[in-house]
Design a protein around this ligand. Structure first.
Ligand SMILES: Nc1ncnc2c1ncn2[C@@H]1O[C@H](COP(=O)(O)OP(=O)(O)O)[C@@H](O)[C@H]1O
Ligand SMILES: [Mg+2]
Length: 307
């Protein structure tokens, strides 16, 4: 879909989670700070169009240029809307407010934005994807080499995230089969999308059994694709031992129903320091560097640097 050869050598993280309020922006902002503090040149992009708030989390009141200026073609290059923050090494692309919803972004615009994002010069790019699970949101997660999938311990948040990852897997498979012109497999996938009508296709294992019948040659490709997609789960606002088990529950669902191997990267604690810092418009990592949440974020940044 996009020419990844043009990708400048950098790490790209997409922070995803279809439910609003689970902590995507808080995690994006503080993770970006942790990387910047450790010496990396970091860019963070707010793609929560229409509800952009990343700048506020980073203490920026007057946004100046935003993604709107790029999307509405007031500037030519995405790099022209980069804003420096008070933290050395950390730049921000503010989300727009005039372009109402990423879900409605036309295809050409989406591809153009993706191409400009991957060409930005920095060591690390973090994309705060915002809520929702439209194809466009899913597609933006594909430009990342690491998807960070955020949930809270609540069942609704967990199930939303499971569905998001499922549609992401199906979307990847659809692109793959289209490129391979594997029309029987595309038809099979379409059937599998409607689990109620086709309960015999309610897991990837069962889909693959059916695939062996309709297009056996495609099975190896599917397995390879599935093995390459490793969602990194972050459970936020953890308070109890039971909460901390949510990552395992999601990993089990992904393994059993989608044949996807995932890993739980972090359990981030519920911490009153987070809200206090947001009210002061200062990221918690700066406002309360030794808080439990700040320590957990720094540990997460370290783990992501190693992997
Ligand atoms: N670990 C946490 N502990 C306490 N409050 C949190 C934590 N993470 C997020 N919050 C609260 O949740 C609210 C929503 O977080 P936000 O990052 O804006 O979510 P999202 O970007 O997913 O919509 C924040 O205003 C913050 O007060
Ligand atoms: Mg947000």
């Amino acid at each position: 879909m996009i020419n990844t050869e043009e990708k400048i050598n950098k790490r790209v993280f997409a922070v995803a989670g279809p439910k609003g309020g689970v902590g995507k922006s808080t995690i994006s902002a503080n993770l970006a700070l942790a990387f910047a503090e450790a010496g990396s040149k970091v860019t963070i992009a707010d793609l929560d169009l229409g509800a952009a708030n990343l700048h506020a989390l980073l203490g920026i009141r007057d946004t100046g240029r935003t993604l709107d200026d790029f999307i509405l073609k007031k500037v030519k290059n995405l790099s022209e809307v980069l804003i420096k923050t008070e933290v050395p090494n950390l730049s921000l692309i503010c989300g727009g407010s005039q372009v109402p919803n990423i879900a409605n972004m036309p295809y050409q615009q989406k591809v153009k934005l993706m191409n400009h994002l991957i060409k930005l010069e920095s060591d690390i790019l973090i994309i705060d994807l915002g809520a929702g699970s439209s194809y466009n949101v899913v597609d933006f997660s594909f430009i990342a080499d690491t998807g960070l999938f955020v949930t809270t311990p609540e069942v609704t948040s967990l199930m939303n995230l499971y569905s998001f990852i499922k549609s992401s897997v199906f979307r990847r498979l659809t692109f793959h089969f289209k490129a391979e012109k594997a029309y029987d497999m595309l038809e099979l996938l379409d059937k599998a999308r409607d689990v109620e009508a086709n309960p015999h296709l309610n897991s990837m294992e069962k889909i693959l059994i059916e695939a062996e019948k309709v297009d056996p040659e495609s099975v190896a490709g599917v397995k390879k694709l599935l093995s390459e997609f490793v969602p990194h789960i972050i459970v936020n606002r953890v308070q109890t031992k039971g909460d901390a088990n949510v990552g395992n529950v999601l990993q089990g669902l992904l393994q059993n129903y989608l044949s996807i191997h995932s890993k739980t990267l972090a359990n981030l604690p519920e911490d009153t320091a987070v809200k206090k810092s947001i009210n002061k418009m200062r990221p918690v990592l700066l406002d309360n560097p030794s808080s439990e949440f700040s320590n957990a974020i720094r540990k997460l940044a370290e783990d992501l640097t190693i992997h």
